[in-house]
Write a protein that binds this ligand. Structure first.
Ligand SMILES: *Cc1c(COP(=O)(O)O)cnc(C)c1O
Length: 364
């Protein structure tokens, strides 16, 4: 008898961005610029941090399993009834939970090739078939191709907009057209991890779309603009029936007490959100320009990172060379971009440092 099911035996582990401490230890460097995981360069929301500290003396108690105050804060902030809100241990947990709860044996999960790897991992971890539609012009979701890959077996569709690792986006009109072609029995999960950074016209209003499409699930996170990646906190908006099923499948205390408190407070930290958005608005063009001057092809982005392609420079080698310069980026060969690096928009000093390190490394 095999020890595990074959779909578990064939799983590939997720490769996270290299932690700062590990880079310092392994490469003997200090003052590391970590531009690998699209974290907030300005750090956590100060209001979130204060709230987190304030609950620390109560962590001998279990958290509120219903996350009442956090959901109430989300409900007020986004004008969504509490029964339509689910919170998770990062939106990653919610991705996994959606597959686990709704994709029956023999049903398929559909997404775009070269998009966020968590969709693939979730499908495969549960032994569900993942169907991937090709991108168009290498870096863009192709909603026509996605629609062409819909089948009566498609149960969950994952769409990241803006996308990771490309940073590209599609327009609301394309999404609306796609939604019109999806069966009501198929869930469309719109992953809006970077929505707060978006400035492009014609972008989706997911809150309005939810009202017309009961099969639409909106996923968001506190990991990016709110700066709480280390606390693990994500949320979903879905119709009450879906939330009720997900609620039964999730672990009883899936969101810890510190995350609940920090998240609720961070939602009200408009100043931190505005500063974080402003940083990306100013620094992303600076980083893009510097990368282009170094010969990279930079994919247009609406997120707090850019995908840069360095022709003739295999991703792992360039990544390694940058580690010696105390700069951590994210090679994306595993996504089918063999000479690509995903680079998070850092502080101005970090971006200057990354560009200087790249200049040295590329000159060798
Ligand atoms: C970063 C990211 C998330 C957020 O994951 P968490 O588990 O909430 O930290 C979700 N989706 C995409 C596309 C992302 O890039």
């Amino acid at each position: 008898m095999p020890l595990v099911p074959s779909h578990v035996a064939s799983l590939q582990p997720y490769v996270p961005g290299k932690p700062i401490e590990e880079v310092e230890r392994e490469y003997g460097v200090s003052d590391v610029a970590k531009l690998a995981s699209n974290e907030n360069a300005l750090g956590p929301s100060p209001l979130g941090m204060a709230a987190a500290r304030a609950v620390c003396d109560r962590v001998h108690l279990y958290p509120d399993g219903s996350a009442f105050y956090l959901k109430k804060a989300l409900s007020e902030r986004f004008d969504v009834p509490i029964e339509e809100i689910l919170v998770g241990n990062g939106s990653n947990e919610l991705i996994e939970l959606l597959v686990r709860t709704f994709a029956l044996e023999g049903e398929e999960v559909l997404t775009s090739a070269q998009s966020f790897i968590a969709y693939k991992l979730a499908a495969h971890a549960h032994g569900r078939r993942l169907v991937e539609a090709p991108m168009k012009e290498r870096f863009h979701y192709d909603l026509e191709a996605l629609a062409a890959h819909l089948s009566p077996r498609t149960k969950v569709v994952f769409l990241a907009n803006p996308d990771n690792p490309t940073g590209t986006w599609f327009l609301e009109k394309e999404l609306v057209h796609f939604l019109g072609r999806v069966s009501r029995d198929t869930l469309v999960v719109l992953d809006e991890a970077y929505v707060e950074f978006v400035e492009a016209p014609g972008f989706q209003d997911s809150m309005a779309l939810r009202k017309q499409h009961p099969n639409l699930v909106v996923l968001r996170t506190f990991s990016k603009i709110y700066g709480l990646a280390g606390l693990r906190l994500g949320y979903a908006f879905a119709r009450p029936e879906l939330v009720a099923f997900l609620d039964r499948v999730r672990a009883p205390f899936n969101v810890n007490m510190v995350a609940q408190a920090a998240g609720a407070a961070a939602l009200g930290d408009g100043a931190h959100v505005a500063l974080s958005r402003e940083l990306v608005r100013l620094e992303r063009p600076f980083l893009e320009k510097g990368l282009r001057e170094l010969g990279a092809t930079v994919v247009p982005s609406q997120a707090n990172f850019v995908l840069a392609d360095f022709p003739g420079r295999p991703g792992m080698a360039l990544f390694e060379a940058l580690l010696h310069e105390a700069v951590v980026v994210r090679p994306v060969a595993g996504y089918g971009f063999p000479t690509g690096q995903r680079i998070t928009v850092g502080t101005h000093a970090e971006n200057v440092k990354a560009l200087a390190a790249l200049r040295r490394v590329l000159a060798r």
